[in-house]
Design a protein around this ligand. Structure first.
Ligand SMILES: [Zn+2]
Ligand SMILES: [Zn+2]
Length: 78
């Protein structure tokens, strides 16, 4: 038996098929690997041009606030 993994970004359970592991923090997150199916993305994947390997990054590490719907910071007056 394996412990049920949960996404490090949204905290919901991972089903195992749409899962990737962040190369930065090492935690699993939701990643839709199919373009023809609606899926949840809690991170991003790209190709490392130096090593030609796939790199995975969760939105926590990428600093993407879209997943949480957080408002952008209001510009400070000067
Ligand atoms: Zn998630
Ligand atoms: Zn991460």
């Amino acid at each position: 038996m394996t412990a049920e993994a949960s996404c490090c970004v949204c905290g919901k359970a991972l089903d195992g098929s749409n899962t990737a592991e962040c190369n930065n923090c090492g935690w699993p997150f939701h990643l839709n690997r199919r373009n023809d199916v609606e899926g949840k993305d809690c991170g991003d994947v790209w190709i490392n041009e130096q090593y030609l390997s796939l790199e995975f990054g969760c939105f926590n590490c990428l600093g993407n606030t879209e997943a949480t719907g957080a408002e952008p910071p209001v510009g400070r007056g000067h």
